[in-house]
Write a protein that binds this ligand. Sequence first.
Ligand code: VG1
Ligand code: CO
Length: 542
Amino acid sequence: MIKIVPTTPYPDQKPGTSGLRKKVPQFQQKNYAENFIQSIFDSLEGFDNKILVIGGDGRYYNREVIQIAIKMAAANGFGKVMVGRGGILSTPAASNLIRKYGAFGGIILSASHNPGGPTEDFGIKYNASNGGPASEKITDAIYARTKVIDSYRICDDPDISLDVPGIKHVDEMEVAVVDPVEDYAALMETLFDFPAIKTMIQSGFRVAFDAMSAVTGPYAKEILENRLGAAKGSVKNFMPLPDFGGHHPDPNLVHARALYDEMMGPDAPDFGAASDGDGDRNLIIGKGIFVTPSDSVAMLAANAHLAPGYAAGLAGIARSMPTSGAADRVAEKLGIGMYETPTGWKFFGNLLDAGMVTICGEESAGTGSSHVREKDGLWAVLLWLNILAVRNESVKDIVTKHWAAFGRNYYSRHDYEEVDSDAANGLVDNLRDQLATLPGKKFGELVVQTADDFAYIDPVDHSVSKNQGIRILFEGGSRVVFRLSGTGTSGATLRVYIERYEPDASRHDLDTQEALADLIAVADEIAEITKRTGRLKPSVIT
Ligand code: VG1
Ligand code: CO
């Protein structure tokens, strides 16, 4: 039976870079999840009798919110819900289901790379019928609705069993519990040359994949071990755990340190990779060489035509503004369009839908293509493997040859986590105040060419997104970028992105932090990071 339950608004349900993310206890407040889900439905039109896809990364509180979302979908008039078995769907797999089955949209429960558990993070985001994260127009409408919501609709049916695939019902609505992996794995087989990768692996090529006790475990096991023949045990930490084993499921050099150490060790496999909580990020490490995400986007774009799904070439490339310019050089050489967007995958959706770009990437270990409308960790792994199988060279060879051909963009991101919010906002305000006077200023050898607060005009729908990050560009092409994270759940996180272009191949094997040392010092001087945050060094360097 459908119930209409009175409720009162929460003031803090503004979606960030990728949906609403809060600590679990905040989500456990009375009606907190219900308010947000009803606000999503209230901001949409025309979903009567349509399909809604629901799934999450398996983190703590996932199953509870999935039951709520299913019963609310039934009470709001959806015709059918597709939910992954066990409540599991990686973010790219959910995007694929929405597209493949013509769903109206999807609700993805995840706080991505943030830790999980009873006192850690949870998140909810809405994806539209193209399979991609809701546009700012929709997220703004959802937020506006959360501020005035006074009731929500829910069926008072008992919980459905999520563990056995098949068709069930909640009130009049059908619920299909589906295998989370099958459709996704089938899509990957259409894009990549599985037989060629399999042959490479059979000839002794070794792979190590760290699923970080998060959602990609079942996907990686099925694809890498079962279908591609990687040795049992190649996929590590493959059981999705509600608390990710107490770790941050963030595939960077800090949190995926064990994999990094293995790949730098004497008996390193040929290829190492990891993904994050919800399966949309990727870390790529070759034997003895870490590939920065910005470089990875560029190298994947330069070689994508070697995989069957991209044999016809690329329509264009898009990258988020803080991502290095390495991909720009590839686009230039290929003679295709290059687009620079704000941070967050939602900004790629229009470009992909319009057929203007094929490959997109972010410096935060996000790479993807037009096959879905999310970044996709395993996709990036498989494209790398496909390229390695065709070129029959090591990751290191591919990387060094790429740098020799295009030049190297030394690149690093410094994160200052859980900084006092007022201090962080003050720092950004202070930077903004300096924008007009910075051009022409000299800092040692470095001369500021331009400085601005990045604004984006979407070339498809002409919507404008302002205040997307402070950019300081120096003569010669080096730059530092500052922005505050929109995915954290406590205090503020300051991200500083540092980049220098080096065309000279004899200078391509410097240590990254050393190659960027003067820019790092200038970033601190201009932004007064130490003075304002009290931090002597970043919490995470990627
Ligand atoms: C971060 C990354 C951004 C990414 C976003 C969501 O956002 O910088 O590139 O799109 O996370 O990724 P922010 O606002 O914290 O910098 V995920 O894998 O957390 O969904
Ligand atoms: Co993620």
